[in-house]
Write a protein that binds this ligand. Sequence first.
Ligand SMILES: Nc1nc2c(c(=O)[nH]1)N[C@H]1C(S)=C(S)[C@@H](COP(=O)(O)OP(=O)(O)OC[C@H]3O[C@@H](n4cnc5c(=O)[nH]c(N)nc54)[C@H](O)[C@@H]3O)O[C@H]1N2
Ligand SMILES: Nc1nc2c(c(=O)[nH]1)N[C@H]1C(S)=C(S)[C@@H](COP(=O)(O)OP(=O)(O)OC[C@H]3O[C@@H](n4cnc5c(=O)[nH]c(N)nc54)[C@H](O)[C@@H]3O)O[C@H]1N2
Ligand code: SF4
Ligand SMILES: [Mo]
Length: 720
Amino acid sequence: MNVTDLDTRPAASSAPIEVLKSVCRSCHGGCGILLHVQDGKLVKVEGDPDSPLNHGRLCPIGTVTADLVNHPQRLKYPMRRIGPRGSGQWQRISWDEALDEIAERLGAIKQEYGPWSIALGTGTGRHHIRWVSRFGHALGTPNWCEPGFAQCFHPRVNTCILTMGDFPVADYTGGTPPACMMFWGHNPLNSGPDGETRFSVREALDTNPEIIVVDPRETELARRAKYWLQLRPGTDDALGLAFLNVIIAEKLYDAEFVQRWTHGFDELAAHVRNFTPEWAEPITWVPADKIRDAARLFARTKPAMLEWGCAIEHTPNCIQTIRALSMIPVLTGNIDVPGGWVFGMKGLGRFPSLIEKLSPEANAKRLGADQFKLLGGEGADLPAAHIPTLLQAMREGKPYPVKAFLIFGNNTLTTMANSKLVYESLMKLDFILCADVFMTPTAELADILLPAALWPELDQLAGLPTVAANVVLANQRAVRIAESKPDEEIFVELARRMKLDSCTESVQDVLNGMLKAGGLDMTFAELTKLGHVTIPFRYNKYENEKGFKTPTGKIELYSTRFEAMGYAPLPSYEEPPESPISRPDLTDKYPLVLTTGGRIPFYFNSEHRQVEKLRRAHRDPVVEIHPETAARYGIKNNDWMWIETRRGRIKQKARLTTGIDPRVISAQHGWWFPEEQGPEYGVWKSNVNMLTDNQAPFDPAMGTYQLRALLCQVGKVEAE
Ligand SMILES: Nc1nc2c(c(=O)[nH]1)N[C@H]1C(S)=C(S)[C@@H](COP(=O)(O)OP(=O)(O)OC[C@H]3O[C@@H](n4cnc5c(=O)[nH]c(N)nc54)[C@H](O)[C@@H]3O)O[C@H]1N2
Ligand SMILES: Nc1nc2c(c(=O)[nH]1)N[C@H]1C(S)=C(S)[C@@H](COP(=O)(O)OP(=O)(O)OC[C@H]3O[C@@H](n4cnc5c(=O)[nH]c(N)nc54)[C@H](O)[C@@H]3O)O[C@H]1N2
Ligand code: SF4
Ligand SMILES: [Mo]
């Protein structure tokens, strides 16, 4: 579907239209957007031509913002459940009643079991994500979580901070186009890179760089690539090590940069000596010559950038995969250079997470932190709880009971692995609070349900480290919908009602404080008039800043921090726990490799299935399968087909394509059906996390579980 097919015409009215500058926050990106408001209603949106990130364009999701905001199924007022959990019986209550009841229930649980028995959950990249941990810390609990934290983006952030002192991002705003772009487990034309926008990627592609793509599926980028490395899902670590082997063995590295600015090159060189492309070929299914050619191309073409995505983080060898891949731009001298990988300018001050308010006793209780130090302990930029450990504490009361879960924007039943076990865990709780913009199968399990505001209904600073690379963006409240409230304001009101000694400042005070701490001499209200501020960029910052912010002052190829925490200092390969190589005993019953979750442009994870215009563009869940494989099972294009793993069975619609290996299938994630009967809304029908596992093995440092390389079998769904 084309974006222009979406009907965004304003409703007929003669009242004046006010146009407000804002920033779309329907994904991790920050496209400039103009909000047209008439009679207090959002009637139309347009891309902001002044935005350096999208130059007036919007993707399908951004385009339907008014449909989303004004959707008749939005939650409009607080509700209390009156029947048994999951019975779908609700009663409208006032905000005062809701907040009083929440305060009372939390107070009682805190008293009896300690504040750590209250856990909080949120969703990816939300405006209020850091407010969830802030409120938790003020309440005295270290147990907040987000399904992407151990699985997406943050493993890259934490690893790079430890080994390079900062998190590098691709440089799109400096005016120097990349000569080579390598897309590794990342499809930013659909997903938008982390905190920039797909439009920056398109503009860079228009300058005709060399392209390398590492992906099991033939995406648009793969079709444009000089080298498309069609690897077996879950083997990115082996492929990354083979790249390092070629770059070092053939002396393709930037000798001057490596000598002056890296630590542990000799150890790395010895370590990867045997990881030749020939070693990697049978593991990854990528021909050795192709690996060699791609590594040579990346190393010889300058400047070059690596665009990496969450596919490399959906594996229990997540951290070491990131380690291997991050060294490719480092060895080739593409760090903090125009058109390469750069460190941001940090126009925003650090968000006041209030972590210092946690008592040492509470801090020590963060579930999973003793084991997974990059997720919950000393190696984490913002420590979070380990979800499988948290769910176990809900189910079994071990290592101590978790009694309440406060869910602020997370469709837990669809986005966390092993949905049935997640459901069992939630059903054991004494109290569930859910704040969401729509009713969902997860929200139906709550005791109290709060109507959250969407981004056009609130004030925020776009605060991802990447967005703040050199552009600081303000998102301003344009409209209000019924009794909905921004999550941030809910936290402040709850903190005040519970008489907590922090988290009681107003949202505006916190935003102004972040601008001030970042050195911007303006208030949030002043920034909203401008929409965004661009900070002049500097490259090669390490030269003037006495090196990189690591113990050795250099980029640590051999990581002293990892070693000190008891983790391997050099990257390694681990076979996925459920693969044709690690579990040949399963392949008779489950002969195919299943990958999940490749993004499509019409939905953000489990969201937006209510929006008819998007549904018209993409009605059903789709699984990609090779025609030869499909023929073997009697499956035709558009047939519903079963997908089954050791955990469960779901159905999705077959899309036959030769752009996938006959031994692999790729299923979509986040599916449920708002149009079907509640309280389940078809959540057990096509939800791919019925198939995934949240049990060990986990990444030893991050606690990550496997989402992209599992064994499955398929079959045609006969008429039911
Ligand atoms: N199998 C498999 N599972 C996956 C993935 C995969 O690739 N494969 N991807 C994983 C990844 S990377 C991630 S990050 C997670 C994402 O997991 P989530 O973050 O849970 O996903 P979403 O569906 O985006 O968000 C959940 C809810 O937030 C609500 N919401 C939207 N805006 C707001 C708001 O402003 N306030 C409040 N209170 N609620 C709001 C939406 O209505 C929705 O119900 O999923 C993970 N799960
Ligand atoms: N429109 C839209 N935008 C989104 C989202 C969304 O749901 N919709 N989700 C947001 C979230 S939470 C995230 S984390 C990002 C994710 O965005 P990306 O990081 O781009 O991740 P995906 O699109 O899930 O996967 C990228 C590619 O990885 C490939 N892949 C699958 N398995 C493997 C593997 O084992 N190895 C390798 N190398 N590749 C593999 C898939 O075929 C896919 O093309 O997008 C964000 N933006
Ligand atoms: S790419 Fe993201 S930020 Fe940009 S319009 Fe689409 S949803 Fe909004
Ligand atoms: Mo994510």
